[in-house]
Design a protein. Structure first.
Lengths: 417, 996
């Protein structure tokens, strides 16, 4: 792998940048692999990278039906935080957050992890109680999260409409200072480049159309738009399309796929210093390094695979944004898009073995899985390599929906991203 | 005349009304009808902006909504300041204040230009390769610097002073774009009974006809014909014309979003006018007539002020009467630029040379140019330019290279052909197909009920444009069910300009090191695009994201096709194989405020108030938001804080009588032969044996077995239940009931009616409650024997009909008086008056919370959080064990739901009775355990109990019911609090008071 650094950039600049190599190869699929990862989003690429770098499994291919990072990874609003309520969630998201902190260096790719603070606003007494519960639980789990009064919220994020005439005034907020954002594309590319350097084949424009199983039940390979490929183990990480892919192996999952929208404004000079989330009025906002306001909207109420949602959802998000920051009313929407999120009944992911031998699944991250990318990839790699769940992902089974050991963060706080 | 570059030509120039405005603090004059761009050009101003990355000086490239460079901030005050507006779209008015952006200290000398010197080290994606050391420096050092350099304009510093509204509309035919195709479509479609909406983003309708001095239709000059057509349309009652209205987004099933700009062009808008209107239009049929956008040519240093699209120059000179330059070099790959050259020449400019990329050139326009003495050079390129704040010269050579000739100029026009505006078509999910001939994508098969006509379909000859528009209009009306009454014909006289076009970079191979801009605003050069492909970014989506080409505020309107061309050539893959980035709304940037509409302040969400609200307000109550309701929280008397008020309210209720407004509780009337069966299925409880006249506390689960809602239910008759729900849960419960009724059990004869707003509910609680009520009630015996706890009677109170519940959420003898909401206030006041001798005390939700907590009654959403079963909450008794089924029953027997160590509801008493625990605080066994500390539960409710004269708390604790008497720890940041596990009923455990 060519080293990226200020110095290498400087040198290349003097020679017209002629020497830069491909960041990842574009290999033809081999006839077989030890592990095939279905889905070249952040989670799939991270899984491949950790398989090769930490678990010694290098004969790995990532099969992506389009271009890597083109699913939810490249569509999300990149909010990163780990201040989840339940121990199980806190465990996996904090594992991810710790990896984020050194990710640029580990991958030698600037993923622009920016711990600028995630402030979650409370607008009624129920919110206040719920956030305080989070703050206390997080403290005992060693996760930073602090309660801010309305005035402290204003100090931390001056554009906020604190004390103004809001229908649901800001009554305070929970702030995780280590929370923030990262550059989504760079995450996919950085993992791809690092995995490729370790020998992983990243195969784009290669849609998996079937999962082949031996008469004895275990998986033996996949059919794809680029031919059949053998595999000893298969990890499915296909986000909104997971239920479709898992159906190919005869596994039904408790997943529903919904369109989730996001939008950006035109770029403006820096004005919004942190990430603000307000679940009660449905507003999620941060400012990108380019200057755009990056805004997360809600899901449509109906399931669908079209990567677009209704206009009324956008209206509702922007009325909330304009309430939070009335000066933003004159900003303009530059682009609005949707992605398909895979939602489980308890809004927590599944990172687990499946009833089919050799088949593993990592899905159900729904509206909030970008933040988990490194952690999810790491524990999924471990699960595939060892054929048993890691301690961190052990609670995130498929069976929990049958047995009732659910991890219902949504019910606890109704927070999405 | 205003401005040295104004010529007596074009409609604007004929308007004689001078308009005064300022740009960067300097005063200028324009004419009414000018855009900021045409007015500045009239004054010889071409330098209007700086680019995003290298801060290079920039001028106008276009004359419309595709402009990448001329972004300005407009507004004299911060509350009406808008950044990033296009000077090519801003209409001037007296007093307009505009300024340039992204420059410091001034537009002429901008320090950001230092980046230009380092540009060799800042290629596409450079930031992914560096700024990684040391670890925390990205956030602390590099990112803040990058953020300051980036961004375009400044966000306004004050809340927006304007208003926005929203309109929903239906029409038979919606036509987008009022150029020749759209006008013809409108004339034909409205020649029927169809209702037609015609919208156009520009201030004046007519599109390309307004800039065309050579074509004529029906014997009239193009622009005159457009005005005549508009006059005709205006007279038709079935037509609505909407100028300054952009169709920005296509949503499923012919649902189109339009943004109408109402006041931005006015110096003194009427105060009752909104700034913008968002139209949400459902159209039976849509005609897309959105035209085409001219494509720049990608040549070395093609970004200097004074280099613009040929068609834009034609618009400036023909429509606005301003010449953008006096010494002109034209660089083209198609005929249409010749028209611009001829029009400019006619306006007095000198055309130095027309440089044509095509190998050989011929035809009407070429001949005409030559006949006018203009030098034409075929098979040639502009291979470089000079000039800093304005272009000074062009270097011209053969297309393959060779010696260059330098030609002085103050304006370079360019044209690479036209790109059809397929944005809305593509948003509608219609498939695009690539046309080799046009070097552009054109609409293929439709998915929705729409058709594209004119230039956006790839037609460029005026005659066929009008013909396709006319046909599209007729077709749309007919498909909508309104066959047109006839057809008309159009006598078009115009010389065709053909359809030649070019995409990609025109640079010779020797010029690889030079910079030629593909995306002007974002400073993406052909070199950057090639670098991206070399680094393996081959999908066009990857190229876009790595280089940022097409991500500027024009969203690739000018750059996308050229970027595709560069990639296609570099990796030797046909254009359609490279892919195409997705077209997304909005077509052009659209104001946040218009999406938000009227939804602001109190209109953000409905404010629901009970009929007793005003009374509480008059008493000085403080309110809290519960769902959309405002509820009285507590009633402070002079000098009281919340603590004191609540203590007083509690005491009064326990000792005598309190009165509480419970009207916000959700209410559903469930009626029908199968009502009891329906109740059996929806609730955990058994309902069959509940007699009419009795009440029962009902628990409702979600399918997963966890508590969803609760409430007291009265059986009014064998086939009629009066159901109450939580305040926040009313809508949710009704939808779930309807969902089951309509989809799972359509065979049940049951009707559900929301009656939340029909009843006012007055809770009267306390030992003296009966005494207060008795004299007011007619036909109901309130005695304990006749009307025991948990019963309901119908009768009259204060002469009005009531459903009187004997029920208690406080543990006291209590009644809930339901009366029709219109009588609520009067009955409340009558009860209040009757209670005076007993010191009746109004109390709010906080006191209600305390009183019920003393009794261990749960509040859904506080004791429960979606993970709590009836048994966890101590409500196992409410589950009908013998019932065959109910929603959630099967889930209740799942292994994790029957474990012994589930979190169970218990009471907690702190060792120090004065310490009130914090709600949400976590409970542990060993507070000295290192982090992470295993947690066994949390405090769900915690209050000071005036009744017990100590603090009380409810908590969910792992295996809580088997821990009675155990001391647990609650570690807080400033120390550990100890508390003992007790039963959750802390007051009157035998229930003697409520049965009194
Ligand atoms: C609008 C939006 C906003 C969001 N905001 C946030 C946020 O702020 N914070 C946060 O943490 N999360 C957020 N999320 C969620 C987050 O994006 C996802 O949880 C996360 O990115 C999922 O990553 P992934 O790698 O699993 O999925 P993806 O990136 O979707 O990758 C799955 C890949 O599988 C491929 N694939 C599918 N089927 C096949 C097949 N048959 N064969 C081959 N390949 C296939 C797809 O093409 C895709 O590339 C948001 C999501 C959306 C849509």
């Amino acid at each position: 792998m060519q080293k990226f650094s200020a110095l290498s950039l400087l040198r290349a600049g003097l020679t017209g940048h002629a020497g830069w190599q491909r960041q990842w190869r574009s290999p033809e699929p081999k006839s077989g692999y030890d592990v095939i990862i279905v889905g070249g989003g952040g989670h799939g690429l991270a899984t491949a990278y950790y398989l090769a770098s930490r678990y010694g499994v290098k004969n790995v291919a990532v099969l992506e039906k389009g271009w890597i990072g083109g699913g939810n990874t490249g569509r999300n609003t990149t909010i990163i935080r780990s201040n989840y309520l339940f121990d199980e969630s806190a465990g996996i998201y904090e594992h991810a957050l710790k990896l984020w902190e050194g990710l640029s260096q580990e991958l030698n790719y600037n993923v622009m992890y920016s711990p600028r603070g995630v402030l979650m606003l409370a607008h009624n007494i129920h919110d206040v109680q719920s956030f305080k519960r989070h703050v206390h639980a997080n403290r005992l789990n060693g996760i930073d999260n602090e309660w801010l009064s309305p005035e402290e919220c204003k100090e931390f994020c001056p554009p906020l409409n604190v004390g103004g005439s809001m229908r649901y005034p800001i009554l305070g907020g929970a702030l995780q200072r280590r929370g923030g954002t990262a550059r989504h594309d760079a995450v996919a590319w950085g993992y791809a480049r690092a995995a490729d350097a370790l020998g992983v084949d990243i195969i784009e424009n290669c849609e998996v159309t079937g999962i082949r199983r031996a008469p004895t039940g275990e998986v033996v390979g996949v059919d794809t738009t680029r031919g059949s490929i053998n595999a000893k183990r298969i990890g499915v990480v296909a986000a909104g399309n997971t239920s479709t892919v898992m159906n190919m192996a005869g596994v039904r999952l408790p997943l529903e796929s919904f369109p989730l929208q996001a939008l950006v404004s035109e770029p403006v000079k820096p004005i919004f210093p942190c990430v603000v989330m307000s679940n009660t009025i449905h507003a999620y906002i941060s400012q990108s390094d380019k200057g755009e306001m990056v805004i997360g909207a809600g899901t449509d109420v109906y399931t669908s695979y079209t990567q677009r949602g209704g206009l009324h959802i956008v209206n509702h998000t922007l009325d909330a944004i304009c309430e939070l920051v009335p000066a933003f009313r004159r900003l303009r929407m530059l682009r609005n898009w949707g992605g398909i999120v895979d939602v489980t009944p308890d809004r927590s992911p599944i990172v687990a073995k499946t009833p089919v031998s050799g088949l593993y699944v990592n899905c159900g991250w729904g509206t909030g899985g970008f933040k988990a990318t490194p952690g999810s990839g790491e524990v999924f790699a471990s699960t595939i390599a060892k054929d048993e769940p890691n301690k961190i992902n052990a609670p995130f089974t498929i069976e929990r929906f049958r047995d009732g050991a659910v991890i219902d963060e949504a019910a606890a706080a109704a927070v999405a991203h | 005349m205003t401005g040295t570059y104004r010529v007596r030509r074009g409609d604007v120039a004929e308007s004689r009304n001078a308009v005064h405005f300022t740009f960067d603090g300097k005063s200028y004059q324009g004419l009414a009808g000018d855009t900021l761009a045409s007015a500045l050009i009239a004054n010889g101003v071409h330098l209007v902006g700086r680019s995003f990355k290298y801060h290079r000086p920039r001028g106008f490239v276009s004359a419309g909504s595709e402009e990448p460079n001329a972004l300005v901030g407009v507004g004299a005050t911060q509350s009406r300041y808008t950044p990033n507006l296009l000077a090519t779209q801003v209409e001037i008015y007296d007093g307009l204040v505009a300024e340039s952006q992204n420059r410091w200290p001034s537009l002429e000398t901008d320090a950001g230009f230092l980046n230009e010197y380092f540009s060799a080290f800042l290629p596409a994606g450079f930031y992914y390769k560096t700024f990684m050391w040391p670890r925390t420096a990205w956030k602390k050092l590099y990112e803040p610097v990058i953020r300051r350099m980036a961004g375009l304009g400044k966000a306004p510093a004050e809340p927006d002073a304007d208003r926005y509204t929203q309109v929903f509309a239906h029409c038979d035919v919606l036509i987008v774009g009022a150029g020749p195709a759209g006008l013809a479509a409108a004339l034909e479609a409205s020649n029927s009974d169809a209702t037609v909406i015609l919208c156009d983003e520009q201030a004046e309708m007519g599109g390309s006809l307004l800039s065309d001095r050579s074509a004529s239709i029906d014997g009239m000059q193009a622009a005159d014909w457009a005005r005549a057509a508009l006059d005709e349309l205006r007279k038709r009652p079935n037509v609505k014309l909407m100028s300054r209205t952009t169709a920005f987004g296509w949503y499923p099933h012919n649902f189109v979003g339009l943004n109408e700009r109402v006041t931005d062009h006015l110096s003194n808008p009427a105060t009752n006018q909104p700034r913008e209107r968002l139209w949400q239009v459902r159209a039976k049929e849509v005609v897309l007539a959105a035209g085409a956008i001219e494509r720049p040519l990608v040549f070395t240093d093609n970004d200097r002020p004074g280099i613009m699209l040929a068609g834009a120059a034609r618009t400036y000179v023909n429509r606005y009467g301003v010449v953008p330059g006096k010494q002109v070099v034209v660089f083209t790959a198609c005929d249409s630029a010749y028209r611009a050259a001829l029009d400019l020449k006619a306006a007095g400019a000198r055309i130095q040379v027309i440089v044509d990329l095509r190998k050989s050139v011929s035809g009407y326009w070429v001949d005409k140019a030559r006949a006018e003495g203009i030098k034409v050079r075929s098979d040639s390129i502009v291979r470089g330019t000079s000039g800093w704040l304005r272009v000074k010269s062009a270097q011209i050579s053969n297309a393959q290279g060779g010696d260059a000739e330098t030609v002085a100029c103050d304006l370079i026009l360019m044209s690479g052909g036209f790109t059809p505006s397929v944005h809305l078509f593509s948003q509608s999910r219609g498939k695009l197909s690539y046309s080799e001939e046009l070097r552009a994508y054109v609409p293929g098969e439709s998915v929705e009920r729409e058709r594209s006509v004119g230039a956006c379909k790839g037609l460029f000859a005026l005659e066929s444009v009008i013909e396709s528009g006319a046909k599209g209009g007729r077709d749309a009306a007919a498909k909508a069910g309104f066959p047109p009454h006839g057809e008309r014909s159009y006598a078009v006289s115009a010389q065709s300009v053909g359809a030649d076009a070019f995409i990609g970079s025109v640079m010779t191979d020797h010029q690889a090191e030079k910079r030629a801009w593909v995306d002007f605003q974002n400073d993406v050069t052909a070199k950057d695009v090639r670098l991206a492909t070399r680094e393996g970014f081959r999908s066009i989506e990857h190229v876009k994201r790595y280089t940022t080409t097409g991500m500027a505020t024009d969203q690739g309107k000018l750059s996308n096709m050229n970027a595709l061309g560069v990639v296609s050539k570099q990796i030797d893959v046909a254009v359609p194989k490279v892919g195409l980035t997705t077209f997304r709304p909005p077509y052009t940037p659209t104001t946040f405020g218009s999406f938000a509409g009227q939804s602001r302040g109190d209109l953000f969400d409905p404010v629901r108030k009970t009929s007793i609200h005003a009374w509480a307000e008059a008493q000085g109550a403080r309110f809290e938001d519960v769902g959309v309701w405002k509820r009285a929280w507590y009633f402070p008397q002079v000098g009281e804080d919340m603590h004191a008020a609540v203590a007083r309210e509690c005491k009064a209720t326990r000792e005598s009588v309190g009165i509480f407004d419970a009207s916000t509780l959700g209410k559903i009337e469930i009626v029908g032969k199968d009502a009891a069966e329906f109740m059996n299925r929806m609730y955990t409880n058994a309902w069959t044996k509940l007699e009419p006249g009795r009440l029962r506390y009902g628990v409702m689960l979600r399918e997963d077995g966890f508590i969803m809602d609760d409430g007291v239910v009265g059986r009014m008759a064998t086939d009629r239940f009066h159901v109450t729900t939580t305040t926040g849960g009313a809508a949710r419960v009704l939808s779930m009931m309807e969902d089951y009724l309509q989809t799972e059990w359509p065979d049940l004869e049951v009707w559900l009616t929301s009656t939340t707003e029909q009843w006012s509910v007055i809770a009267l609680q306390g030992p003296n409650a009966r005494k207060v009520l008795e004299p007011l009630v007619d036909g109901i015996d309130l005695s304990a024997d006749a009307m025991p706890h948990m019963s309901v009677r119908e009768g009259r109170i204060c002469g009005v009909p009531t459903r009187l519940f004997r029920v208690s959420f406080t543990g006291e003898l209590g009644f809930e008086v339901n009366v029709p909401a219109g009588y609520g206030r009067a009955v409340w006041e009558a009860i209040f008056a009757a209670g005076k001798p007993y010191g009746i005390t109004p109390y709010g939700t906080e006191t209600m919370h305390v009183l019920r907590a003393e009794k261990g009654y749960i509040i859904v959403g506080q004791e429960t959080d979606g993970t709590v079963t009836p048994d966890d909450a101590g409500l196992g008794w409410a589950v009908g064990k013998a019932k065959r089924d109910f929603v959630g029953k099967r889930s209740l027997s799942r292994p994790a739901l029957v474990r012994e160590d589930r979190k169970q509801l218990v009471g907690l008493l702190t060792t120090d009775p004065k310490v009130v625990l914090e709600e949400g605080a976590q409970i542990v066994l060993d507070p000295t355990h290192p982090i992470p500390v295993p947690m066994i539960g949390h405090i769900t409710s915690s209050y000071w109990s005036a009744t017990l004269n100590r603090s009380i708390a409810l908590a969910l604790v792992r295996g809580g019911r088997s821990r009675m008497g155990e001391e647990l720890s609650i570690p807080m940041p400033d120390g550990v609090i100890k508390a003992k596990v007790v039963d959750s009923i802390l007051f009157d455990p035998k229930g003697e008071r409520l049965n009194a």
